[in-house]
Design a protein around this ligand. Structure first.
Ligand code: BDP
Length: 706
């Protein structure tokens, strides 16, 4: 009797709280039942069946995804019908390579969703286009947009939209903060973790169509028959989602695993070796995407070891690809082994002269800024400087320099800052976005890459809000004209809550979060002053390291006079690498935007800035208000508690507490350290830190202990 009562009680509790705690695994593909009955009925009427799938694996995926989503959101089973084109009230799939919208053809993989003759018709210019359209239709419903008279179309602006995994064969992830690698190499190819498919779904839902599965600091293992077989197994999971796999390769592989005595790209045996490996890969993976290469960078081997240059290396690999449909992405993240001068200029100096030398299947992959994924960087001067070479923009989703998985930093505004920056390469409006989508120089191929922020953590990204960065990257890779705000709202609606006021609050915090992070870590254009090697926390005092450009003092150049790196013609003249219009924007410390000021100028402590405060006062103001803004973020987050799943809410609440604590470390470390040069008091209304510089140095040291 007691047991019956207990069971009844438990059942009633479960019914009253139908959704169990959310562990974040489902990402933005949540598909919980819509509460509004009226709305649900409207959607049900429009999506009663699916037709037009044929036998194509990708179209089948599209149908299954749509079925799954509609079942969850609307609580209705949606049959896939053969030959139902004459019926009404369903979703029709059409693949039409010649489809156009108002006379303009859909680009490859583009889609149109239109209400036509009582149905919702998803027309894709390819099968993948239909898949993207199916996810877009679900997105419409998830974000509660009307389907009546729907007519929307969208085409990707960039062709290769890739995630770059920095995953190692032993399961670790370089600069990964969300557990270990999702790839279980020791289980492959026999066992396919179900996570692989969920990963593919998530990527396809935002238009990502390629995945580099391993670290750029590559192991030669992936080029062995054993590992090619494992990669082929992963490729078979990705394929029905329109995703191709790529590999990072170790330049020295011919020596390491090929038994050759050289890896010289011009040596016939080396060429032969790569050609044979490439053929072997395509044998196992017919839709293999190609290679990513980090060469002669940070100790990695490369063609320069044999007196050859990057183009020699890249072209040899392009030749090895032969008639296979693959590409080579050659990274421009290089800086001289013996640094003299300014690291800012080194990639430009090495690559600019190679423009025009790269073979057609080769793209050069350039980080967003000239140094290394700092919290804020001016756009890389190579954008707009290599008109004869397609450039891939590489951004980092994993928050190596942006607070790991403890700081809430929504990265879309940072990506947009680079994408929208004007290179003036072909006159005004030659933005980085237009350089990489190849509309400036009309290349037949274009690409964008995001260093992945995911791992084996149940919620994929460690910080629940890190999911938004994966999402935003995909959405911007597809369409760089979308705004950070609209993506934040869309993601929040799909992932956290559809309550309008909570969506506004959360999106507002997200959009401001990157600006806040830069204020309390590296304001006014400070850069590379973080903890040595692990890149965690502040270490502006770092003055000796294996090389000068791995220290902090190399970059901030604090002295009795002022702060910042003079990169004008009086200094390193890195500014001279940009077009005159850009130089003009940044050349004069009086008009240079404060956010970039110390990237280009050594500014006296007492110099009044455009903000009306002296450099010292402005620096302190930014550190203090930045750290205080984290308290504001905490308050905003607390205010939306009733609208958010309790598990996710508690998780983010805890991480925000850590963020506040670490923001205070940054603030105290930097103001106390720079004060030793500025020799001025902390300006009112701020109170000086209660701890000493030594207290903070001790803290930072603890994190660096082995
Ligand atoms: C740096 C990372 C390092 C990477 C390197 C790269 O600290 O781990 O290997 O970038 O992009 O920021 O190659």
């Amino acid at each position: 009797m007691f047991l019956r009562h207990l069971l009844l009680f438990l059942f009633c509790c479960a019914a009253a709280h139908p959704s169990v705690a959310d562990d974040g695994y489902r990402l933005w593909l949540k598909y919980d039942l819509m509460a509004d009955n009226g709305l649900r009925k409207d959607y049900q009427k429009a999506t009663g069946f699916i037709a037009g799938t044929g036998n194509s694996p990708i179209l089948k995926t599209a149908a299954e995804e749509l079925q799954q989503g509609l079942q969850g959101l609307l609580g209705q089973r949606v049959p896939v019908l053969a030959g139902a084109e004459k019926r009404k009230g369903g979703v029709l799939f059409v693949v039409d390579a010649t489809a156009n919208v108002s006379g303009k053809p859909l680009a490859k993989d583009g889609y149109r969703i239109a209400a036509q003759n009582g149905n919702v018709v998803i027309t894709g210019s390819s099968e993948s286009g239909v898949l993207y359209g199916a996810f877009a239709l679900l997105r419409q419903i998830q974000t509660r947009q009307p389907l009546k008279n729907i007519d929307l179309s969208s085409s990707p602006r960039i062709q290769y939209r890739l995630l770059n995994h920095w995953d190692n064969p032993n399961g670790t992830v370089e600069r990964g903060y969300a557990g270990s690698s999702i790839w279980k190499w020791y289980e492959l190819p026999e066992r396919l973790d179900p996570r692989y498919q969920d990963y593919a779904r998530a990527n396809a839902s935002i238009g990502i169509n390629g995945v580099v599965i391993n670290n750029v600091n590559a192991s030669a293992r992936y080029l062995t028959p054993e590992y090619i077989g494992k990669v082929a197994a992963l490729a078979s999971v990705m394929r029905p989602y329109g995703i191709r796999v790529y590999m990072s390769v170790l330049w020295a592989a011919p020596k390491v695993i090929g038994g050759l005595t050289t890896s010289d790209p011009l040596d016939p045996k080396v060429k032969q070796w790569w050609t044979a490996r490439t053929d072997e890969i395509y044998q196992a993976i017919p839709d293999f995407g190609g290679f990513l290469v980090k060469a002669n960078s940070e100790g990695e081997p490369g063609p320069q070891d044999y007196g050859r240059d990057h183009a020699d290396g890249a072209n040899m690999l392009a030749d090895a690809l032969g008639s296979h449909d693959g590409i080579v992405m050659w990274r421009a993240f290089v800086y001289k082994a013996n640094s003299d001068g300014d690291r800012f200029k080194e990639a430009y100096q090495e690559f600019k002269p190679l423009d025009g030398r790269f073979k057609p299947k080769t793209l050069v992959q350039v980080k967003n800024g000239p140094i290394d994924f700092q919290a804020r960087e001016p756009f890389h001067p190579l954008f707009g400087a290599m008109p004869r070479t397609p450039l891939v923009l590489e951004v980092q989703l994993t928050q190596e320099y942006l607070g790991f998985a403890t700081h809430m930093v929504y990265l879309a505004p940072m990506f947009k800052e680079t994408l929208d920056a004007d290179t003036y390469a072909k006159g005004k409006g030659s933005t980085v976005a237009k350089v990489i989508d190849s509309s400036v120089d009309n290349h037949p191929i274009s690409g964008i890459a995001g260093v992945a922020n995911i791992g084996s953590d149940r919620n994929w990204t460690g910080h629940p809000m890190g999911q938004a960065n994966w999402y935003a990257f995909g959405r911007l890779a597809w369409d760089h004209t979308l705004t950070s705000q609209s993506i934040a709202e869309e993601w929040t609606r799909m992932s956290l809550t559809t309550d309008a006021s909570a969506v506004r609050t959360i999106a507002d915090v997200m959009v401001k979060s990157h600006g806040i992070y830069t204020r309390y870590t590296m304001p006014l254009g400070l850069h590379h002053i973080m903890g040595q090697s692990i890149h965690f926390g502040p270490e502006p005092w770092l003055a000796s390291s294996a090389r000068p450009d791995w220290t902090s003092v190399y970059y901030h150049k604090a002295d009795a006079v002022g702060l910042g790196f003079d990169r004008t013609a009086k200094g390193s003249n890195a500014l001279g690498l940009y077009r005159p219009e850009v130089q003009q924007l940044w050349n004069d410390p009086k008009t240079c935007p404060p956010d970039y000021l110390l990237w280009f100028h050594h500014v006296p402590w007492t110099q009044p800035l455009s903000t009306g405060r002296t450099l010292w006062n402005e620096l302190c103001t930014r550190y203090y208000t930045g750290a205080d803004s984290v308290t504001w973020m905490q308050q905003q987050w607390a205010a939306v508690k009733p609208q958010i799943d309790p598990e996710i809410h508690a998780d983010v609440t805890g991480r925000l507490q850590t963020q506040r604590k670490e923001a205070l470390w940054w603030r105290d470390a930097c103001v106390l350290y720079f004060q030793t040069f500025a020799k001025q008091p902390i300006p009112a209304p701020f109170s000086p830190p209660e701890r000493t510089l030594d207290d903070i140095k001790r803290l930072v040291m603890i994190y660096q202990l082995r």
